[in-house]
Write a protein that binds this ligand. Sequence first.
Ligand SMILES: N[C@@H](CCC(=O)N[C@@H](CS)C(=O)NCC(=O)O)C(=O)O
Length: 189
Amino acid sequence: MIRLFGSFTSPFVRHCRIALAQAGLPYEFVETNYQQSAQGSPTQRVPYLEWEETKLTDSTSILKFIRAQQSQDFLPSLAECELYATANTLLDTTINLFLLEKDGCTPDNTPYLARQLARLGTTLENLNGQVWPTDHKVVVTDDGMLRLCCYLDWVLFRNRLDLTPYPNLLTLLKTAQQNPTFTASAPPQ
Ligand SMILES: N[C@@H](CCC(=O)N[C@@H](CS)C(=O)NCC(=O)O)C(=O)O
């Protein structure tokens, strides 16, 4: 049996949960906190996955594994790969700001964090300028768009950023929210 370790709030874990549901693969979800992930994975992060002798410690290799079970290529096009990588930058940057804020480091008192915040603004503005599909089935079968939607929903869930300057991205998220598999994986309110 596949075992996926993670939390219901992590956007990285959510993407893996969606892919597992799309593949129809049975798996055990093991809720894992910071202390447990420090023991269970060398990266001290979630998600990680165990299956027989296979142990994967990053959502990217986990997604590649899941898509391979469906005989699907992971990130087959350059555009999908670029969007997936861009969404990862948004995720890592926003989470970095979120976690450091808990230690009292903010863009106001730490110059590198001001650069991190600026990176979010320019990246979101660029993505908002793109044309997005309006069919939820198209959105959730592209791992770049799926990654971006997991990110946008997490931003709203954690109230991290004001997304109103990015109406096209909010419309993209609304499109994804028409998909039952995407909605069923939403963080608990
Ligand atoms: N590149 C990793 C990032 C995973 C990640 O940042 N997970 C967060 C939870 S959303 C985490 O476990 N953070 C713990 C920490 O930073 O110590 C992936 O794609 O799996």
